[in-house]
Design a protein around this ligand. Structure first.
Ligand SMILES: [Zn+2]
Length: 326
């Protein structure tokens, strides 16, 4: 059996999988990321023990555990170096802490987006493909790349950071130290900033009316306003979708993928966002590459991280050096 763990800033999600990756049990618990690493790891390990006892499974029946973690990490040593949304969080030896609590079970960590990629690749929208790209558009923009049947890591584990493609010479400042990065625009946060900029210079419409009534400006509210023909919402999705299209044109030209999968909460906007992106891609990517590539939404939703982490752990355990798909 395998454990697949999705360590998010708000929630910790843990699933127990049988050897064939059917889900046996699942548990969700608040992360309490504002309370520091000791509390978070206590919550995580306590939940694993609770899940195992509910499912009446002994730790020694576990073959391995995989954990998806946001932020920077030392994958080989299993240490989370830094995570932007976690307080008092530095050099946390996640793999060792979990392994110690489970009597030495092998534990492997990787980036949260990459474990999502493993999930969609083996069990979701990317099945049987050798060349694919996953974008997760949530609060921010994450990405992972599979080329020729191999997940790309690069020299420092940061290959395929499509969210930091430079789209403007002098654009919105980014936490990475640069500015004008794609993720500052194509993300939940980016959509809101763009909508606010437009509200400031547009005659009052439905969206402004809703905001005046106290509704919160969210990507979902923008979708609702878009469907009712609101001008700010239409322009916001149009511009954001076009920018996504320019970014993906470069991605198609660089990686020549068979499929680009778009997941994350903002993917619920669907064609409102992907429609303009498709139009730009048809005008700005290399024709032969474009014809070989489709753009689809993810299939597994928020489950991808857990099953992907479990599968990743099984691959690491088997020593598959490059995770090649059989
Ligand atoms: Zn950046």
């Amino acid at each position: 059996m395998y454990l697949g763990i999705d360590l998010g800033g708000t929630r910790i999600k843990i699933s127990l999988f049988a050897a064939d990756f059917t889900q046996v049990a699942m548990l969700t618990t608040p992360t309490e990321s504002e309370k520091g690493s000791q509390r978070v790891m206590g919550n995580l390990i306590g939940s694993i023990q609770q899940l195992l006892s509910q499912a009446q499974v002994d730790a020694e029946d576990l073959a391995a555990a995989g954990v998806g973690v946001p932020g920077l990490m030392d994958i080989e040593r299993g240490i989370s170096l830094f995570s932007p949304n976690f307080a008092q969080w530095q050099d946390v030896p996640i793999a060792r802490l979990i392994a110690d609590a489970l009597g030495g079970v092998p534990v492997f960590i990787d980036n949260d987006v990459r474990v999502n990629l493993f999930g969609e690749w083996y069990f979701g929208a990317g099945r049987q493909l050798k060349d694919l790209v996953l974008l997760t558009i949530g609060t921010g923009l994450g990405a992972g790349v599979v080329m020729e049947g191999r997940v790309l890591y690069g020299a420092t584990g940061s290959a395929g950071e499509i969210g930091h493609l430079n789209m403007y010479r002098r654009g919105r400042p980014c936490a990475c130290g640069s500015s004008g990065c794609l993720g500052r625009y194509v993300s939940g946060r980016g959509l809101i900033v763009t909508a606010r900029e437009k509200i400031a210079v547009t005659a009052p419409g439905l969206l402004q009316e809703w905001l005046a009534q106290g509704k919160e400006l969210t990507p979902a509210l923008l979708s609702e306003a878009y469907d009712k023909g609101d001008r700010v919402a239409r322009e916001t999705f149009e511009e954001t979708g076009e920018l996504l299209g320019y970014g993906l044109s470069s991605v198609i030209n660089l990686y020549n993928p068979q499929r680009i999968i778009v997941g994350g909460g903002v993917a619920a906007a669907g064609e409102r966002l992907l429609g303009p992106a498709r139009r730009i891609i048809s005008q700005h990517s290399l024709e032969i590459s474009r014809r070989a590539c489709d753009l689809v939404t993810a299939q597994l939703g928020s489950e991808a991280g857990m099953i992907g982490a479990a599968y990743y752990a099984s691959q690491k355990l088997a020593g598959t050096p490059d995770y090649r798909q059989s």
